[in-house]
Design a protein around this ligand. Structure first.
Ligand SMILES: [Zn+2]
Length: 60
């Protein structure tokens, strides 16, 4: 079975691949770094939403 590496979109064998679904350790590390950046942005947005919820609870 072949899968596409999420980082570089290269076709990579799934079986026996230590870095699956990535093609290499480099792509795995790159993806985790990108994911960490996205998570940081998302958690900032969630914090704002939590603040709004807290305010509306106090109003009610
Ligand atoms: Zn790759």
């Amino acid at each position: 079975m072949k899968v596409k590496c999420p980082t570089c979109k290269k076709s990579v064998e799934w079986e026996g691949n230590d870095f699956r679904p990535f093609c290499s350790e480099r792509c795995k590390t790159n993806d985790l770094a990108l994911w960490a950046e996205e998570k940081y942005v998302v958690s900032e947005e969630i914090d704002e939403e939590l603040d709004v919820d807290g305010l509306s609870e106090r109003i009610n």
